[in-house]
Every structure is written in structure tokens, then in C-alpha cells.
Design a protein around this ligand. Structure first.
Ligand SMILES: NC(=O)c1ccc[n+]([C@@H]2O[C@H](COP(=O)([O-])OP(=O)(O)OC[C@H]3O[C@@H](n4cnc5c(N)ncnc54)[C@H](OP(=O)(O)O)[C@@H]3O)[C@@H](O)[C@H]2O)c1
Length: 345
């Protein structure tokens, strides 16, 4: 046991070094034979990890692929290639939105990839100034994307903005009304699932408790990374049968997470990049992840998530990172609209 511990501790192999943390934590508790079995089963379990094939079952019975390509801030001329590269690399989930202004190019990328439409999970979102025009909103998105249906249609924000004055919220309409309209899309063939985004517990409670709410959202797409882990909201979503999908999983552009010492040391120990560690963390926490990149090498690297994983100890270390930050706030929404109430609510 002692020699085994020493060997593992002093070797430079990334796999061995990651195992050394296991050994350290289990050192006192296990006899050599138990330890050997543990070590073997852990390695075997890690080798069996198939994140790129992983799906999460939604409350509708559909299965959403665990890793999706994000497309926010993907400029014209870049996103078509990124989508094509992602699908060729094996991604089967693309996340876009009317508000990103790139649905047309996303559609072109899908067609250029040659991957059959029915093999791809495609999510788009209803923009805030379209809340009173849900039927028109989905029709416009489908036209842009060049497809007859989306797999998931999300209400992008719980904010119904007056299209004639983007600084104003409708006085006579809010997200409960919008959801009532979105529910009418179910069964039309235009959307396979409907869901919400940027909903905290407070707004979800309002939505779910309204008598007009007949369909529980299949998904709540929210900001999720170690700087904004939202455990209460995750638990709430789960308790209601709502799948949590994590946006900005890398901490978005100029992410402070890449220089975080905990992330860096785990990445180094595993011979992985900080980005891969962040994605593995999200997947092991139980949500889908939507990394965005328009750089082909990064698109591929972000999908290199099979055959390895984080130990429970590594996940716990990331959970314990104390620094908090948010990529998306609500101060850009019309005056008086608050969406985030602190501490996930
Ligand atoms: N529902 C919502 O309100 C909402 C809000 C925000 C985001 N989202 C969705 O979630 C997706 C992801 O969030 P996000 O775009 O904010 O950020 P993100 O995926 O956390 O990070 C994207 C940034 O990381 C860089 N990057 C990606 N992979 C990298 C790698 N392997 N090494 C180094 N840098 C890397 C990208 O650069 P390059 O592109 O230059 O490679 C880009 O600057 C969005 O694109 C969107 O689809 C939804």
C-alpha cells in the first residue's frame, strides 16, 4: 500500500497523478486488495465514459444530447463553418436564438455538414420583442433556419418587450401570457419541446402555479459554470422535472476561469485543458453544456470528452471555488424588469 502510494504520488503521468489524489484520500481506509479493486474500477469507469454520446431524458420522453455547440456572438461568416465543423466532429446539438441574428447561417452550416436533420438536436429561442407574436416568431425562426421544426423552442428571457419601444415592457402582457401562447405550439409539428431560459425559482414558481400553465417546461437554460453554480435553482428544476441546460459553461469570452488555480491544477494533473475540465464538471454535475467556439480546433477539443472524467474529489474542489461572477445580467432589459434576484432566485 505504501509503495503503491509512493509510486502514484511521484510519477509524472497525468493519469497516475490524478489517481494519486484518490489514493491520498482513501489511504487509511482500504486494505491493499480493496484499494486495488477500487483503483481498477475507477480507471475502468473513467475509460467507459462516453460524454459525446450522452443524452438527458426530458419530461416529454425526448433525449437531449449532453453537449451542444453554442452560437452566441458567432459572427457572420464564422458560424456556418463552426456549425459544419461541429457536426462533422460528432456534435449532434446546436444552440442558437433569433436574437443572435445568425439562424440563417446556422441552417446553412447544418446543411453543409451533410448530417441528416433528424440526427440533430436544434434549439432556438423566442426573442423578447416577439412575446405577443409567438406563432410569427417560430415561423420566422423556421424560415431562417430552413427547417420545418426545431427540437426545442425556448422563451429566451422572462421579459415581454414592446417591439415599438425596446426600453419598455408591455403593460398588459408578461411571460405567463407568452407561455400560454407557446403551449399552443405543442402538437403542431413545429416544435418538439418547449422550455424557458433565464428563469429563476421566483419566476418559475409564478409560471408553474398559474392555472394557464398546462405544460411544464422541458428545459430551463441558465448560466452555469463554477462562478455561477446555482445549486438551489438546479435542485428546484430537478424537483419539477425540468432539465437544466448550462450556458456560458466556459465562463464566456475572456473567462476568468482559465486562470483559476483550482481549474488550472486539475487540468494540469489530468493532462487536459481548463476548458475540457469545465465541461466535464458540468456534465458530471448533471446538466447539458453548450460551449461556443468559432475556432475549429477548439470546437474539436471541446468535444474530446470521452474516456476520462473527474474524480469526486476533483468535482468537490471545483464546487468549492468561492469566486462568483455572472456573464449575463438583467440591467439591459426594459426598466423595471428584474429577472435575477440573487442566489439563484
Ligand atoms: N439563453 C441565454 O440567454 C444564453 C446566454 C448566453 C449564452 N447562451 C448560449 O450558451 C452558449 C455558450 O455561452 P457563451 O457563448 O457565453 O460562452 P462559453 O461557451 O462559455 O465561452 C465562449 C468563449 O470561449 C472561447 N473558447 C471556446 N472554447 C475554447 C477553448 N477550447 N480554448 C480557449 N477558448 C475557448 C470562445 O472563443 P472562440 O469562439 O473565439 O473560439 C469564446 O470566446 C452561447 O453561445 C449560447 O448558445 C445562452
Amino acid at each position: 500500500m505504501t509503495s503503491c502510494y509512493k509510486y502514484l504520488r511521484y510519477t509524472n503521468s497525468p493519469t497516475r497523478r490524478s489517481l494519486s489524489s484518490l489514493v491520498t484520500s482513501n489511504f487509511v481506509s482500504y486494505s491493499p486488495s480493496v484499494f486495488a479493486r477500487r483503483q481498477f474500477s475507477n480507471t475502468a469507469t473513467m475509460a467507459n465514459i462516453q460524454n459525446t454520446k450522452k443524452t438527458y431524458k426530458l419530461n416529454t420522453g425526448d433525449e437531449i444530447p449532453a453537449i451542444g455547440l453554442g452560437t452566441w456572438q458567432s459572427k457572420p461568416g464564422e458560424v456556418e463553418k463552426a456549425v459544419e465543423a461541429a457536426l462533422r466532429a460528432g456534435y449532434r446539438h446546436i444552440d442558437t436564438a433569433f436574437a443572435y441574428g445568425n439562424e440563417k447561417e446556422v441552417g446553412q452550416g447544418i446543411r453543409a455538414s451533410g448530417v441528416p436533420r433528424e440526427e440533430i438536436w436544434l434549439t432556438t429561442k423566442l426573442d423578447n420583442p416577439w412575446h405577443k407574436r409567438v406563432q410569427e416568431g417560430i415561423a420566422k425562426s423556421l424560415e431562417n433556419l430552413g427547417t420545418s421544426y426545431v427540437d426545442l423552442y425556448l422563451m429566451h428571457w422572462p421579459s415581454s418587450t414592446d417591439p415599438n419601444d425596446l426600453k419598455k415592457h408591455y403593460p398588459d402582457w408578461d411571460f405567463v401570457d407568452t407561455w400560454r401562447e407557446m403551449q399552443k405550439l405543442v402538437g403542431t409539428g413545429k416544435v418538439k419541446n418547449i422550455g424557458v431560459s433565464n428563469f429563476g425559482i421566483k419566476n418559475l414558481e409564478r409560471l408553474l402555479n398559474d392555472p394557464s400553465c398546462k405544460v411544464v417546461p422541458a428545459v430551463n437554460q441558465i448560466e452555469l459554470h463554477p462562478g455561477n453554480p446555482s445549486p438551489k435553482l438546479i435542485a428546484y428544476n430537478k424537483s419539477k422535472g425540468i432539465h437544466s441546460s448550462g450556458y456560458s459553461p466556459l465562463g464566456s469570452s475572456d473567462s476568468p476561469l482559465y486562470s483559476n488555480e483550482t481549474i488550472k491544477s486539475i487540468a494540469e494533473a489530468k493532462g487536459r485543458s481548463p476548458q475540457q475540465v469545465l465541461l466535464a464538471w458540468g456534465l458530471q454535475k448533471g446538466w447539458s453544456v453548450l460551449p461556443k467556439s468559432v475556432t475549429e480546433s477548439r470546437v474539436k477539443a471541446n468535444f474530446d470528452l470521452d474516456g476520462w472524467g473527474l474524480t469526486d474529489e476533483e468535482v468537490a474542489k471545483i464546487d468549492a471555488i468561492p469566486d462568483r461572477f455572472k456573464v449575463c445580467g438583467d440591467d439591459w432589459l426594459p426598466e423595471g424588469v428584474k429577472v435575477f434576484f440573487g442566489d439563484d432566485e
